[in-house]
Design a protein around this ligand. Structure first.
Ligand code: ZN
Length: 408
């Protein structure tokens, strides 16, 4: 561990060290902070007094006595700063305002026309204003914005290079949102990468450094974590597993323009179409649904989902997803593969079929050590991942140095 010195040059770093230790291990006593950091008790007293004065940390009761008086415990003040996050999908934007201890203060989903980036950015701006009002916070305490977006995302530059899901080409989304939010820094990440990170931080992937998240939604793609980091390939676009060929000749048309990709067979839209082809209009009507306008979400909430015809489509989908996952197991041998996105709501019957196929189609030594699970983050993965990424920025040395006004 890096240990602080009292040199003037590392004064800022000492403060960061103390603050980040409180973030990770709080509530924590001052003497424990001194032990962990190697700073002298008097330096810790000075720094914690400053952080208390600035409202960055707060007192949180007393710890156990180690002989003398019971020590005062310190923890991060959850309202010291905020992070604004957005998750985009075709026709839909979900936004949330978080405190810095992963506490969601307000959240909304908007249905909108996502064809025009300018309109999406304007909606995000309005949403920010609404969430600030609802959460009843000072907008100046919102330090970063995190965005999870489908498609090929160059997160270094905040540019969506191409998204067949949204129909976008070379959209400088980070810059556009930053401008709309009065210069706020923005981090844009691919939706599956963000969800993979969320699984590692808050979901079933906790404690695992090698995991794959498979997004089974409007698009099909994977977020791959290797040694705890997003594996992006040369340009950061890796994980487009939905466009791996599944039917080599004359397969159905895919959103990418080619034929026979996995996404053309097992995306949410393709599966819904297959269900519509298998279930009669009258059967839909029996359950109060319209065959023409039914959404996958409505179907998932209806008892119709348990019908033989729908379960047959679920089984076929599990077959295709199972082949996809078996390829991932053979290729990467990750500790855990987590299935998320709308289709994962088909639950146990889907998972059973996927596991069956993986056993058949991947090497025993590999699949024995790779577990396959359904995400338990209830679709909030991308939003939580965008939050985790933006929060890292808030707590980075660069942000501290650059943002003298709000030293969280
Ligand atoms: Zn494709």
């Amino acid at each position: 561990m890096w240990t602080g010195t009292n040199s003037k040059d590392v004064k800022i770093q000492n403060r960061l060290l103390v603050r980040n230790l409180i973030r990770r291990f709080g509530p924590i006593a001052r003497y424990e902070i001194a032990q962990e950091t190697g700073l002298t008790p008097s330096t810790v007293t000075v720094i914690t007094a400053e952080l208390l004065e600035a409202g960055v940390i707060r007192e949180a009761g007393h710890g156990e006595s180690t002989g003398g008086r019971r020590p005062v415990l310190l923890e991060l003040n959850p309202t010291a700063a905020h992070v604004f996050t957005v998750q985009l999908q075709r026709g839909e934007a979900t936004a949330a305002m978080f405190g810095i201890t992963c506490n969601s203060l307000a959240e909304h989903t908007y249905h909108l026309d996502t064809d025009t980036p300018d309109e999406v950015v304007e909606t995000i701006g309005l949403c920010f204003e609404q969430l600030v009002r609802e959460a009843d916070i000072d907008p100046d305490t919102v330090l970063w914005c995190g965005v999870a977006c489908p498609g090929l995302v160059s997160s270094d530059r905040g540019v969506v290079e191409r998204s067949s899901n949204l129909g976008w080409l070379k959209v400088p989304l980070g810059e556009m949102i930053g401008r709309r939010l009065g210069g706020m820094p923005v981090h844009v990440e691919n939706i599956s990468n963000a969800a993979a990170l969320a699984e590692k931080e808050y979901g079933l992937g906790r404690g695992y450094s090698d995991l794959v998240f498979v997004n089974l939604s409007v698009g099909v793609s994977a977020g791959i974590l290797v040694n705890g980091e997003i594996y992006g390939g040369v340009q950061g676009y890796a994980g487009e597993i939905g466009h791996v060929s599944y039917i080599p000749e004359n397969g159905p048309r895919c959103a990418c323009g080619r034929r026979g990709c996995f996404e053309a067979v097992c995306s949410a839209r393709a599966v819904l179409e297959r269900i519509k082809a298998a279930v009669g209009e009258e059967e839909f009507a029996q359950y109060g649904l319209s065959k023409d306008t039914v959404k996958l979400r409505e179907l998932l909430n209806s008892p119709l989902v348990k019908s033989e015809a729908v379960q047959r489509v679920v089984e076929e989908t599990g077959h295709a997803v199972g082949i996809l996952v078996a390829n991932l197991v053979n290729l990467l041998n990750p500790r855990i593969i987590i299935l998320g996105g709308e289709l994962s709501a088909f639950g146990a019957p889907l998972l059973r079929k996927v596991e069956e196929e993986v056993k058949l189609r991947s090497l025993e030594e590999l699949h024995k050590s790779s577990s396959i699970q359904l995400s338990n983050l209830r679709g909030a993965g991308p939003l939580l991942g965008a939050y985790a990424l933006a929060l890292e920025k808030v707590f980075s040395l660069e942000e501290w140095a650059a943002n003298a006004a709000v030293r969280v």
